[in-house]
Design a protein around this ligand. Sequence first.
Ligand code: GRF
Length: 190
Amino acid sequence: MSNNAIAVMASGKGSNLRVILDAVAAGTCPVEVKLVISDKADAQALKIARAAGVPEVLHLNPKEYADHASFDADWAEAIEAAGCQWIVLAGYMRILSSSFVRRFRGRMINIHPSILPAFPGAKAVEAALSYGVKASGCTVHLVDEVLDGDTLESLHARIQLEEHRLYPATLARMVTTGFEIDGRRVIWRT
Ligand code: GRF
């Protein structure tokens, strides 16, 4: 399994998939999109993937499965069979089972159309607008589960595991490649 092989999961129009594929073609995003998979037969994302020549493009229909767990298990098999190290959620609109999230822990990222933790959930943009925000944005985050029965202590302990990976890695990046400060923005040098 190569370290840059990704599976993209999408349910909708696929604009994020498109920019990823464009960036790969332009040589600015060093990933290999090996599999695009959708729960919707008519997702534009599937057409974009086929047109770009993604080696494997799959539709799995949730209605053909007895339950959520068996659907997610087939999905996971397809991702592993394709040799993908990473899962990139790009407008995937189904709730993932805990077992799926655990199986790909630390290897699955999502893009969400709000600045988390504000406005989580499927209707983030509507919620931000009706709240009357004056600024919004998007968040790329690792997908992890909050376990049933999590307490303040147990959740904080798991978040700290992530902090303990992230902080040294950030310090390393800070002293090797470094960054520029532009007003309130930090821009990593490449
Ligand atoms: C994006 O707004 C993303 O933030 C959210 O779903 C939407 C997907 O859009 N998770 P697209 O299908 O990539 O155009």
